[in-house]
Design a protein around this ligand. Structure first.
Ligand code: GDP
Length: 632
């Protein structure tokens, strides 16, 4: 039995509503609107669960209406889809004239038709049950939906995972993987060396292309310089050798995994040009667009303006009838959708997310009337464009400078925790963020809570010295801007973080940056330890650090980190990941899909983007620029 049914316009006006219980349904419908419809997500099977309720919806894109039913989740109602389709058609037929004229405030006397349609659908379900069940065809089975690629075993991916610290599968686990098709180690999208890292030549080329897009003369110069003097090849993450004496030649460069025999924080000879570059908010990631592209953009803006005016019934609505109209159907959109889906996957968007995005575009456009002169492909592309920008635009703005000032006023340190797997750039980007904070006059304490990896504490100590050399105490009224709180190795990270926060409170240090040990997302003991650290210390911001390079793998890491924080924190209201640091953006050329996948999965914003190995290579995400790179 249906508990609730409503028809409302996309503008939020309820046209008709029925409810059979006294339960209040507003929060569930609001949750559906917030989490699915506004977020441009297509819920699986157009259904959405909220508390004990199951909701199903249907969009009418021609008249901008939404039809929603709600029923108890435990019920298996086989007629809901049919009911929604039928009731939708009946409503449209009955009120076509009013809807065409945009009259959503009319008196929609729909009760008797509603009851009739519902009774018809229930009767249909009853008859269906009496028909003997036929075996599902292959096309209807779940197996048919598996892609061939999901069944292919790719040895290089396995190697890459293990190279990144993944534990080797035991014999039992290996047996569980069905060995359907074995293909030779096919080259990944960007060529990588045996240890899974991009080779130097590709990295240099990618940097060069990014630099050209960024368009800044500095960036271009940097890329050329980097190409001229390629780094010596590394075999995986080389053991760090820390030399704390000698002369400091290159404080600005953050590559700390190579020997630097001449580094000396005592006689700094740093690049003073860096100072002052990061004052204020983080600058946006920019992608240069050619004149031709700009023209195209202008054109599409005009088109969007036209379609907005059409919607709002402006002067263009007069012409609507004159230009004629055609209605979009799934069949007519299919080729364009498939092309878009392939494009997204080629740009490193996780395959199932690319499919969901295209499905949401199909749902949004199905039945929509477009002008005779609008091409289907361009309508699909524009709609996908809008959806992608919507996904990347943060629902919640993370304003660290403002929040840190607020904490300062309350005499308590603002605490940020960094987590992620090994080698993604946690410490390096923590140091860049630290530089940005001291540029903005905040005093920072780095809590060395990676008590696991040899060299982790020394790496942070070196950063601290370099940062203090760049921003000397003379520049800040005799105050040392960065300090390190360290207790060596093997100790409880949660305890060290707590001591560091207390120390910062007493010493009136504004911000604590907590570096944590890299851990694989499947390592239960380490994930429990991270959940404990976050639960005990309740930081203001938990940032997940992930590489832009890895695409689907980053999504898996992120989902499992979030899940572990929820599972192991033993509270009803666990502190999950608040934001993402997307690193190594300079190495991916235009394969920017990881940004989409990561925000789509968590709904959390990308707070920082790492674009290189100097302290100033830190940007904030510009949704338009990323979508531009994605869609070209
Ligand atoms: P952690 O193990 O997660 O702390 O990783 P590290 O901070 O030690 O960084 C691993 C490697 O990635 C180092 O060689 C860094 O210089 C490099 N790295 C970090 N961020 C970036 C970035 O944004 N761009 C590039 N090209 N390299 C980066």
């Amino acid at each position: 039995m249906l508990d609730f049914f409503t028809i409302f316009s996309k503008g939020g006006i309820v046209l008709w509503c029925f409810q059979s219980t006294s339960q209040i349904f507003t929060p569930s419908v609001n949750a559906l609107i917030r989490s699915v419809i506004l977020q441009e997500r297509s819920a699986a099977n157009n259904s959405f669960d909220h508390g004990s309720l199951s909701l199903k919806y249907k969009l009418d894109n021609e008249f901008d209406l939404i039809f929603v039913v709600a029923f108890q989740k435990i019920l298996q109602l086989s007629y809901v889809d049919k009911f929604l389709n039928d009731v939708h058609l009946e409503f449209r037929d009955m009120y076509k004239n009013e809807l065409q004229e945009g009259q959503v405030f009319g008196n929609f006397d729909f009760s008797s038709v509603y009851k009739e349609v519902l009774a018809g659908a229930e009767e249909w379900a009853r008859l269906q049950q009496m028909v003997p069940k036929q075996m599902r065809s292959f096309e209807e089975s779940l197996k048919s939906k598996k892609t061939v690629s999901s069944m292919i075993e790719r040895p290089h991916e396995q190697k890459q995972k293990q190279g990144k610290g993944g534990k080797k599968k035991n014999a039992f686990e290996e047996e569980k993987v069905p060995e359907l098709i074995k293909v030779p180690d096919s080259p990944p999208l960007s060529p990588k060396s045996a240890n899974g890292e991009l080779d130097e030549e590709t990295l240099a080329q990618n940097r060069m292309r990014l630099a050209q897009k960024l368009g800044s003369p500095n960036a271009k110069k940097k890329a050329v310089e980097k190409q001229k003097s390629p780094k010596p090849k590394k075999a995986g993450k080389a053991p760090t050798q820390w030399d704390l004496g000698g002369t400091n030649k290159d404080v600005a460069n953050l590559e700390r995994t190579k020997d630097r025999p001449s580094d000396s924080p005592n006689t700094p000879n740093y690049d003073a040009r860096l100072i002052g570059q990061m004052v204020g908010g983080i600058k946006d990631l920019e992608v240069e667009s050619s004149d031709e592209e700009e023209e195209e953009e202008e054109e599409s803006e005009v088109q969007m303006q036209v379609s907005k005016e059409k919607k709002s019934g402006g002067m263009f609505s007069i012409f609507k009838g004159l230009v004629g109209n055609k209605s979009l159907s799934r069949e007519s959109m299919q080729p364009a959708l498939e092309k878009m889906c392939d494009l997204l996957i080629a740009k490193n968007v996780a395959a199932d997310i690319a499919k969901k995005l295209c499905e949401s575009v199909a749902v949004k456009l199905d039945g929509k009337v477009i002008g005779t002169f609008d091409g289907v492909a361009s309508v699909v592309k524009n709609t996908l464009n809008e959806s992608l920008i919507q996904i990347l635009s943060p629902r919640r703005r993370v304003d660290i400078l403002r929040d840190a000032l607020e904490s300062q006023r309350k005499n308590r340190p603002y605490v940020m925790t960094f987590c992620g797997v090994n080698g993604v750039g946690k410490s390096t980007n923590l140091a860049k963020i630290c530089f940005w904070l001291i540029e903005n006059n905040f005093r920072v304490l780095i809590a060395a809570c990676d008590t696991f990896r040899a060299g982790a504490v020394e790496q942070l100590r070196t950063h601290m010295r370099h940062l203090n050399a760049l921003h000397s105490s003379e520049m800040h009224n005799g105050q040392q801007m960065v300090q390190l709180y360290e207790k060596g190795y093997g100790k409880d990270a949660a305890g060290i973080a707590m001591e560091a926060i207390n120390f910062a409170r007493e010493a009136r240090i504004d911000i604590v940056l907590v570096d944590t040990a890299g851990r694989m997302q499947d390592n239960e003991p380490l994930m429990r330890a991270l959940a404990k650290l976050i639960k005990v210390n309740d930081p203001d911001l938990v940032l997940f650090v992930g590489e832009a390079l890895v695409g689907n793998e980053a999504v898996d890491q992120l989902v499992k980190f979030n899940q572990a924080l929820a599972d192991y924190s033993a509270t009803d209201n666990p502190h999950l990941i608040d934001g993402i640091v997307l690193t190594k953006f300079d190495t991916i050329d235009d394969k920017v899909g990881a940004a989409i996948s990561m925000t789509y999965i968590t709904g959390q914003p990308i707070v920082f983007v790492g674009t290189g190995q100097t302290y100033t290579d830190l940007k904030s995400l510009n949704a338009k620029a990323v979508v531009h790179a994605l869609m070209k």
